[in-house]
Structures are given as structure tokens and as C-alpha cells.
Design a binder for this molecule. Structure first.
Ligand SMILES: Cc1cc2nc3c(=O)[nH]c(=O)nc-3n(C[C@H](O)[C@H](O)[C@H](O)COP(=O)(O)OP(=O)(O)OC[C@H]3O[C@@H](n4cnc5c(N)ncnc54)[C@H](O)[C@@H]3O)c2cc1C
Length: 412
């Protein structure tokens, strides 16, 4: 019987273990945490958005520069396959109003219980509190357990699925980077993705508006993908926090923000009324009654709520010229000083360079060793795309490992 070691018990590692075990391979999963899959379970706290229902072309575009690399993997195990898999675990899925897909219970726990039971039935062994620390001289995998005892494991194939580096308390801490780099594998630095942005708000603004949503705003990063005829780079509700701003549209501009920050300056233009042109806004703003305060004027003329009007003031004194105010409303400049730290990020960008793996996700430098999930160099916005790619790459890596085992058997 062939043997496989899966290192990392997140969604990518566990689905790889399932595919391998279903093909009759003896699989052991090692994870440094006392229970798995922790991040997947946490993802379920806010509603487990397992994948998205949009068509293939827009779906693929969410992966930006990694779309070409991931496309064949999403064809192998795509959204429909993932939804069928959930149903097989007793959790039929439904499409939410935004096109996002959720399991019926909305949570991850019922599915995880059923999944771990299925893996146990398939004979998958789970070694918890086993931290992988690198390779031994003979190529074996070195582990250390909770008591500090060291061991070396060898098997016919290996799948690594060690995740990125966000929320390290859940297990994935990016500790794998150094051993991989030590084997000559090119790894791009892990950077926070889908993360809040730091803004130096005034005290008054924080006191009054921390926790208040800026409803249906457009966001664009100055100097990157600025406002175009097609509209701002991202649109939706953004949440004001004590330290900055967060939420779906904020996460969606994350890559452009990182690029701008790397140049030393990042300004995000907030479009408070994306549905109206500057001319339309200026026309409406002409109607100011003499007794109206600025807030009343902005509310009556163009419907700005208190938080939106206060954001305008954060950028400086509000001009009295309607045309200038109209321009400001379409692009309130917000100076971003940094992203929130990686340990608060939903995911990470960077990881193992695509050039390091073949189409079956086998490391070119380490034949028989496969990689999957967030440890590969791709990123995507929230919306189910992160879990989908983690599952798809897990399946492809496992299928690659099976093909490798078959070739090895034929050569014997
Ligand atoms: C708060 C939050 C909410 C999220 N919500 C969603 C959502 O709704 N939809 C969505 O698509 N995505 C969501 N995500 C992202 C999604 O959970 C991840 O993209 C996904 O879990 C990545 O899967 P993975 O298997 O690659 O890595 P992980 O899930 O990070 O698993 C990696 C595993 O490797 C183990 N490990 C790491 N290093 C070692 C080592 N040295 N030795 C042994 N084991 C090790 C870890 O303990 C961990 O169990 C969310 C993330 C967070 C933080």
C-alpha cells in the first residue's frame, strides 16, 4: 500500500487527504494545532462563504494575475463540485443575494464533524500537535510534538498545505517559509490581504463614527486604478473603525493599496455618491437655503448622512462653491498610513512562486512533493474565492500525487 503524508490540516490539506485515501493510499495528516481545521471553523462564525455562484469568466478574474494558473484547477474541482461535496456531507448549499454560496446551516461545524468522520472511515490518521520543522538530511520530514519530542517521517508522496500567515493563533504562521527557501524554492513574501486600512482620523470623528458604515461608497486608490468611466475600483459598504476603515470594498482594493504604500504614499479616494455625476451633484448643491448649516445643506441637497458629511470635513474645510464640493463628494481623499497587521488579515498574498510547481502542483525541485492552498502565490477578494481555490488546489495536488505514485509503480 502506498503512503502519503499531508502536512497541514486546513481545507486544502484535508481535501487532499480525502482524495488520496479514496484512491486507497494510506494517509497521515500532521498539524501543529490540537484540532483542525481551525481557520475554516472560524470562517464559519460570520457565515461560511464556501464559494461563489458567478460565471466562470468573472469568477476567474477574481484571481488577478493567478487566474491563468488556477483556471485548469477550477475546471478539475470547481464551484459546482464544491457545492456537491458539501451536500455529500449533509450540508446542501444556497446562493445568497450577493451571489455568494453558503451551506444551509451557515456554519462550518456540522460539515467539519461529518468531514472528519468521513476521513476517519477512510482510514486517514490525524497527528495533531505535530509541527513540521523542515527536512532531515535524508529527505524525511522532521516533526516536533507538544512535548518537544522530535521524529522523522518518510512516505511515498508528500502534500504540503500549510496556509498563509494570517491569524497565526489558528495555526498557519508562515513558519514554513525558511525551510522552503532553504531548499531553493522561490517564495514571495507573505503580505496581508483582505485586511483593514490604517487612517489617522481626528478624535472627534472616531468618537462619533467608529463602528458606523459608510453606505454604498466607491473606493479607488490614487495613482493605481483611479476612478474611470466604468466607476470606482470597488463599491459597497465600508466600516469606519477607531484605527481606519474596513469591509468588502476596502479588502477589494488591497493589492493596489499595497503597491501604493510601497511607493511611500497611499491616498484612497472615497466616492460618497457613485451614482451621480459631478455635474448632477453640483446642480443639486446650488439649492442652499441661507440658514442651512453645512450638514443640513449636504443632507438636503445630495442626501449625505452624518458620517459621510463628517468624512468630507476630515479632508479639510468644506468649500462653499457647489462645483468644488461636488468634486470632493466624488473623491474624498483619505490618507492611508498602512494596512492592519497580517495577524488580523483574512488571507495573505504571496507564497510559493508558480514557476516552482508543475501543472499538478508538484515542486519542480522536490519530485514527489506537492503543495496546495494559500501557501501558493495567489490572492483573491472575499466572496468564497479563497476557500474555492484552497479546495481546488488541494484536489489537484492529490490527483498529481496519485499520478506520481502510479508512474513510480509502473517503473518498479
Ligand atoms: C476570520 C476569517 C474568515 C474567513 N472567511 C472566509 C470565507 O467565508 N470564505 C472564504 O473563501 N475564505 C474565508 N477565509 C479564508 C480561508 O479560511 C483560507 O483561505 C483557507 O482556510 C486557506 O486554507 P489552507 O488549507 O490553504 O490553509 P489553512 O486553513 O490556514 O490551514 C493550514 C494548516 O496548516 C497547519 N500548519 C501550519 N504550519 C504548520 C507546521 N509547521 N506544521 C504543521 N502544521 C502546520 C495549520 O495549523 C493549519 O491547520 C477566512 C479567513 C479568516 C481568517
Amino acid at each position: 500500500m502506498s503512503t502519503a503524508t499531508v502536512v497541514g490540516g486546513g481545507p486544502a490539506g484535508l481535501i487532499a487527504a480525502e482524495v488520496l485515501a479514496q484512491a486507497g493510499v494510506a494517509v497521515t495528516v500532521h498539524d501543529r494545532m490540537p484540532s483542525v481545521p481551525r481557520k475554516f471553523l472560524l470562517a464559519g462564525h460570520g457565515g461560511l462563504n464556501i464559494t461563489h455562484s458567478e460565471d466562470r469568466a468573472p469568477f476567474l478574474r477574481r484571481y488577478g494575475s493567478s487566474a491563468d494558473a488556477l483556471a485548469p484547477m477550477l475546471d478539475v474541482f470547481g464551484p459546482a463540485d464544491l457545492r456537491a461535496w458539501c451536500e455529500g456531507l449533509g450540508e446542501p448549499t444556497f446562493v445568497g443575494t450577493s451571489g455568494r454560496v453558503f451551506p444551509r446551516s451557515f456554519r462550518a461545524n456540522p460539515m467539519v464533524r461529518a468531514w472528519l468522520a468521513r476521513l476517519a472511515d477512510l482510514g486517514v490518521r490525524l497527528e495533531r500537535r505535530h509541527r513540521w520543522t523542515g527536512w532531515a538530511d535524508d529527505g524525511g520530514l522532521r516533526f516536533v510534538d507538544a512535548d518537544g519530542a522530535e521524529s522523522t517521517v518518510t512516505s511515498d508522496v508528500v502534500v504540503f498545505a500549510l496556509g498563509g500567515a494570517s491569524w497565526p493563533q489558528l495555526g498557519s504562521d508562515g513558519g514554513w517559509l525558511a525551510p522552503f527557501a532553504g531548499r531553493g524554492v522561490s517564495v514571495l513574501p507573505l503580505l496581508p490581504a483582505n485586511v483593514g486600512l490604517r487612517v489617522g482620523w481626528s478624535e472627534t470623528f472616531v468618537e462619533r463614527f467608529a463602528g458606523t458604515p459608510l453606505k454604498n461608497v466607491g473606493l479607488s486608490v490614487r495613482g493605481a486604478a483611479g476612478p474611470t468611466a466604468a466607476g470606482p475600483a470597488a463599491r459597497g459598504d465600508a466600516m469606519v473603525t477607531c484605527t481606519g476603515i474596513e469591509g468588502g470594498p476596502v479588502y477589494a482594493i488591497g493589492a493596489a493599496v499595497r503597491r501604493a504604500l510601497a511607493t511611500g504614499r497611499c491616498v484612497v479616494d472615497v466616492d460618497l455618491r457613485p451614482g451621480l455625476s459631478v455635474e448632477q451633484l453640483a446642480g443639486k448643491l446650488q439649492r442652499r437655503r441661507p440658514k442651512d448649516s453645512t450638514s443640513t445643506w449636504l443632507r438636503r441637497a445630495v442626501g449625505l448622512d452624518p458620517v459621510a458629511a463628517a468624512l468630507l470635513r476630515e479632508a479639510g474645510p468644506v468649500p462653499s462653491d457647489p462645483a468644488r464640493v461636488a468634486e470632493l463628494i466624488r473623491a474624498v481623499p483619505v490618507q492611508v498610513s498602512a494596512t492592519a497587521p497580517i495577524d488580523r488579515a483574512i488571507s495573505t498574498a504571496g507564497g510559493i512562486a508558480w514557476a516552482e510547481v508543475d501543472e499538478a502542483l508538484m515542486l519542480r525541485r522536490l519530485p514527489g512533493t506537492f503543495v496546495a492552498g494559500e501557501m501558493l502565490d495567489w490572492e483573491a477578494p472575499t466572496g468564497g474565492y479563497l476557500l474555492q481555490a484552497s479546495f481546488s488546489t488541494g484536489v489537484v495536488a492529490a490527483q498529481g500525487a496519485l499520478a506520481w505514485l502510479e508512474r513510480a509503480a509502473q517503473q518498479r
